[in-house]
Design a protein around this ligand. Structure first.
Ligand code: CTP
Ligand code: MN
Ligand code: MN
Ligand code: MN
Length: 380
């Protein structure tokens, strides 16, 4: 029919790492719905279902036009029965009852509130919910002993840490991290990674990768950077983990597919507000009784710091730029299509029984037999 001729037909390769996915998403209604179901599955310890919804959403993110008709989806990869049902509901009825009822459910709402606490994952949240704890107030009244991260997350910085971080804030923090690194190890380099490297305008945190052009000089760097920042009052919280890559001696060092072992620091930065000539916002008390942001000249921001030896830098850069699904798909591609194991440390070729070196992301894509995808097109 004439209508069919007008309708765009899409074609998309199977793996997200074969696709160019910019931030210019033409199907946000559909991808938001599928992402919510993915999140709900992940928070409910159903990772398989979570990944299926993430993959389906990623296919729609890669389409150049909005989907208007189910027929346009014929032949597209990663769209399972369940995802197709959700898409059909939205195209036909303007909404998916499954998505709406999930969003309204007490369990989902409680999971969101509780996992919004820094240091609380799905398992802890689930345990609390089964004890009838659904809100921050109930958590405080429960008498549970919280660890240091969770205390920072609940009592001190809940609202700040659940407010998006802007690129401008990320750049200011980047300058401070740069100063710290330069002071403790001249010549060391700081690279913005994570979502901001992909061109996102906001994020839930700011991620930095630190290295030094001379192998070995980066050893012991993190504690020094952290002390520099701490002594100048830039850190509200930090937890540093040593590099454990060299300690993991399970036979011929085949890199573990997922876990990375770099020296890293999960922190909460104290970011001074841009000078705007005093407080203009009128806030009373926040929901959880912490001091409202408008009454103080700073905000709390989650910052991740990672240190990599220069020999592993390209792998660390690729592994920490994301998106999470893009990374997962790269590893899946490496394993299933190339019999290789990719981690944030190395690429191992199982057929040749050897590591493949790389000094740039471009080289890693080439080793994997993939077209190079720049960071701004890894927003799967
Ligand atoms: N990452 C990782 N190991 C972790 C945590 C994160 O390898 N334990 C990687 C993720 O795979 C991702 C990158 O670090 O590629 C950044 O993670 P994260 O900050 O969680 O996500 P962003 O993509 O930066 O998104 P956001 O803007 O929400 O921070
Ligand atoms: Mn299903
Ligand atoms: Mn991030
Ligand atoms: Mn992060």
């Amino acid at each position: 029919t004439g209508q069919d001729k007008e309708m765009a037909v899409f074609s998309v390769p199977s793996y997200a790492c074969q696709r160019r996915t910019t931030l210019d998403n033409q199907n946000t209604t559909l991808t938001d719905a599928l992402s919510l179901l993915a999140e709900n599955a992940e928070l409910s310890d159903e990772d398989g279902r979570g990944v299926a919804f993430r993959r389906a959403a990623a296919v729609l993110k890669a389409l150049p036009k909005p989907v208007t008709d189910m027929a346009q989806l014929r032949g597209l990869p990663c769209l399972g029965e369940h995802s197709l049902r959700v898409i059909r509901d939205i195209l036909e009825n303007g909404m998916s009852s499954e998505v709406e009822s999930t969003k309204q459910s007490e369990r989902y709402k409680a999971l969101k509130v509780l996992t919004g606490i820094f240091g609380v994952g799905a398992k802890t949240a689930d345990r609390w919910i089964r004890e009838g704890i659904h809100t921050l107030h109930q958590l405080r009244d429960s008498g549970h002993t919280l660890n240091r991260a969770q205390q920072a997350g609940v009592f001190l910085h809940y609202d700040d840490l659940n407010r998006p971080v802007s690129k401008a804030d990320a750049d200011i923090i980047g300058e401070t991290v740069g100063k710290a690194v330069d002071a403790v190890l001249p010549g060391a380099q700081v690279t913005l990674i994570g979502g901001f490297r992909r061109g996102k305008l906001t994020g839930h945190d700011v991620d930095f990768l630190i290295t030094h052009p001379e192998e070995g000089r980066e050893e012991g760097l993190m504690p020094k950077v952290v002390s520099w920042l701490e002594s100048r009052g830039f850190l509200l919280y930090q937890k540093t983990t040593r590099n454990s890559y060299l300690e993991c001696k399970d036979g011929p060092a085949r890199p573990p597919s997922n876990i990375d072992r770099f020296e890293r620091c999960l922190s909460i930065f104290k970011l001074a507000n841009e000078e705007t000539g005093g407080t203009t916002q009128l806030e009373t008390l926040t929901e959880n009784g912490t001091e409202p942001a408008g009454h103080r000249p700073w905000r709390a921001v989650r910052v991740d710091l990672v240190v990599s030896p220069v020999s592993q830098f390209a792998f660390a850069l690729l592994g920490w730029t994301g998106s999470k699904l893009f990374e997962r798909e790269l590893r899946r591609w490496a394993g299933y299509e190339k019999a290789m194991s990719l981690s944030s440390h190395a690429l191992y070729d199982n057929k040749q029984s050897r590591y493949l070196r790389a000094t740039s992301e471009e080289e890693i894509f080439a080793h994997l037999g993939l077209e190079y995808i720049p960071p701004s097109e890894r927003n799967a």
